[in-house]
Design a protein around this ligand. Sequence first.
Ligand SMILES: Cc1cc2nc3c(=O)[nH]c(=O)nc-3n(C[C@H](O)[C@H](O)[C@H](O)COP(=O)(O)OP(=O)(O)OC[C@H]3O[C@@H](n4cnc5c(N)ncnc54)[C@H](O)[C@@H]3O)c2cc1C
Ligand SMILES: *[C@@H]1O[C@H](CO)[C@@H](O)[C@H](O)[C@H]1NC(C)=O
Length: 565
Amino acid sequence: FLLQVKDLFSSLGVGCNVLELDQVDDGAGVQEVLSEITNQKTVPNIFVNKVHVGGCDRTFQAHQSGLLQKLLKENSAYEYDLIVIGGGSGGLACAKEAAILGKKVMVLDFVVPSPQGTSWGLGGTCVNVGCIPKKLMHQAALLGQALHDSRKFGWEYNQQVKHNWETMVDAIQNHISSLNWGYRLSLREKAVTYLNAYGEFVEHHKIKATNRKGQETCHTAAKFVIATGERPRYLGIQGDKEYCITSDDLFSLRYCPGKTLVVGASYVALECAGFLAGLGLDVTVMVRSIILRGFDQEMAEKLSSYMEQQHGVKFLRKFVPVMVQQLEKGSPGKLKVVAKSTEGPETIDGIYNTVLLAIGRDSCTRKIGLEKIGVKINEKNGKIPVNDVEQTNVSYVYAIGDILEGKPELTPVAIQAGKLLARRLFGTSSEKCDYINVPTTVFTPLEYGCCGLSEEKAIEVYKKENLEVFHSFFWPLEWTVAGRENNVCYAKIICNKLDHDRVIGFHVLGPNAGEITQGFAVAMKCRLTKRQLDETVGIHPTCGEVFTTLEITKSLGLDITQKGC
Ligand SMILES: Cc1cc2nc3c(=O)[nH]c(=O)nc-3n(C[C@H](O)[C@H](O)[C@H](O)COP(=O)(O)OP(=O)(O)OC[C@H]3O[C@@H](n4cnc5c(N)ncnc54)[C@H](O)[C@@H]3O)c2cc1C
Ligand SMILES: *[C@@H]1O[C@H](CO)[C@@H](O)[C@H](O)[C@H]1NC(C)=O
């Protein structure tokens, strides 16, 4: 009984003092006095802030009726019901939902400036230095392509077309400022206390907040959510922090970056390389080993060869930078990069105006005092392991978003997890976040959308002989008159033969891949099968319709190239 009650209190995020009567000197005497004042002879005998509640059953009844929570709250030892550390996608969603459910909530958000000195406002990575500016820059590049196509469709113009980087950055940054403002407003509306300060745990249920001026305050809460996200990784070579930039700096860069070396082959690296080339810059991507690790490698290969052959991006494969030197200062200046082969003693060097590092991101979990309260992290990658309700190994501390171990690092995932967590903690819901079949899109010049498993992963899990892979090239109608290349846009689905040809992997390479993939992801949530795809009537003429007419399997090995003029 005692254990059950202890569990109940710890699930409510409250500590309790336990007096074991058979382990104290005058246990019998205490029991006598207890039964005198409470009329209860049995144990456990529970008090909340000096108010007698009863035994185990009475305590659980009080919990069900809400009386227990009321007793705890009236005399709560903590300033807040919830403190959220990190005001990004996940943190804001969680804080707002908790406030809607009537809780007293504080959010701390603080941006440690990048080594180049860049910082930004409320809202986290996605809004300020992620999804939003990168999709807008991708759009800027797509418009350049559209201008090109437009002549084939009869548009005539004589002015020389050129791109103005400053104008684009100003427009995008203005939009971001309006989003920052909107976030502040919505926190105020919901009466969430916002602190623009860096938070770290100092003891159980207590954090220290340090603002820009170095002023410190302390705050306590019954529960905590960690949503501190990640920051770009550096190489740890001579000159990297001094002279290189990362995606944290690129989107607000005051000058056009010029000839650029992008180091890395993450989706961030390829997206940045793609739009910079689309804006007319000379771009090289230096790749250590695998392109788009974790994604379907056939798609990654097709996507990068499109960038190389049709989009003018150069790839330097199997090289890593070993030194970055400044040759000239300026906006941009001139940098010399020395790189070494990963396969032998060969070294090469090159001159660039800008070196953009996109080699990965590190979780912001090592400088927030987790060791003070014993929250477990994976020492290797700094990620926080949680159970299926986003609870860390310290029961009143939860974690969401990019810092989670083994979960997709995407904004809608962080938002969903944050919102559902607040509803479970403070509402009546028990719905858990579902991390399966999360769709995503890489916004490279040729966009790549996917949902479910890569072909490699599917083979690993289900074995090749149990899979049927349907695929086809397709030629968007808009591309035909424009004279753009055939046999680069590509559709592929992976079906599980042992389960009614269920679609377990969806992959599309082509224009508007994100818009296409979103709808099919819904279908996959509804356990889409190949037959249902075949029974669906297409919309003509679109790119998405290709998925309703897929006939050729990889196992048959028939030619999928489209004959067009
Ligand atoms: C270039 C780029 C492009 C991306 N594009 C996409 C995309 O197209 N689609 C998509 O879904 N996702 C995209 N992402 C990923 C997306 O941005 C993240 O998945 C999302 O922001 C994660 O949210 P989060 O709440 O975990 O953390 P974040 O949004 O990173 O928020 C964490 C916040 O906490 C703050 N913080 C950290 N430590 C402390 C502390 N101790 N005290 C106070 N505050 C602190 C940080 O400054 C930050 O503001 C992109 C990411 C990058 C880098
Ligand atoms: C959580 O894990 C850490 C690291 O393994 C450990 O030191 C700590 O005691 C654990 N805390 C709890 C409450 O289990």
